[in-house]
Design a protein around this ligand. Structure first.
Ligand code: HEM
Length: 124
């Protein structure tokens, strides 16, 4: 999948667009607020490294930070259904601005939805 979507360059643009949308669009303000005190540039670097390995490319996140353990790493943040929906909204918008073929976009969206469900399960 990594190569099919266009590799590092496409992932990098996708994540930059994603965080740009999250930090500017009022419809995502609660999701953005969970990042308070964080360096968004660093958050973006982590997400890029994660998506590289997650799509089957180089395991950059694993090499630098260890196992992602997303549930554990998101636990300190107030993430409920609303924040999850906003995260997906931003990713949807960023994907629609990307060169990724629409079938692959749908595939990614489904996979992102599964992660969001896992992260928001049991939280309101
Ligand atoms: C449910 C909505 C989500 C919210 C509100 C959220 C919020 C956050 C926040 C506040 C951070 C910390 C940023 C930092 O340390 O700079 C973070 C880190 C991260 N998020 Fe999310 N996230 C969400 C969903 C996701 C999803 C769906 C993925 C992956 C598909 C993901 C992947 C990551 C990764 C890889 C990190 C870096 C973890 C670390 O090294 O500490 N997040 N997220």
């Amino acid at each position: 999948m990594y190569l099919e979507i266009g590799g590092e360059e496409v992932i990098s643009k996708l994540v930059d667009d994603f965080y740009h949308i999250m930090s500017h669009d009022p419809l995502a303000k609660e999701c953005f607020a969970t990042h308070a005190g964080k360096d968004i540039h660093e958050s973006a670097q982590k997400l890029k490294a994660f998506l590289s390995g997650w799509t089957g490319g180089p395991q950059l996140y694993l090499e630098k930070y260890g196992h992602p353990r997303l549930r554990m790493r998101h636990f300190p943040f107030a993430i409920g259904t609303r924040e999850g929906e906003q995260w997906l909204y931003c990713m949807h918008k960023a994907l629609s601005q990307s060169s990724i073929e629409s079938g692959l976009q749908s595939h990614l969206i489904k996979a992102f939805e599964n992660v969001v469900s896992m992260l928001t399960e049991g939280r309101s």
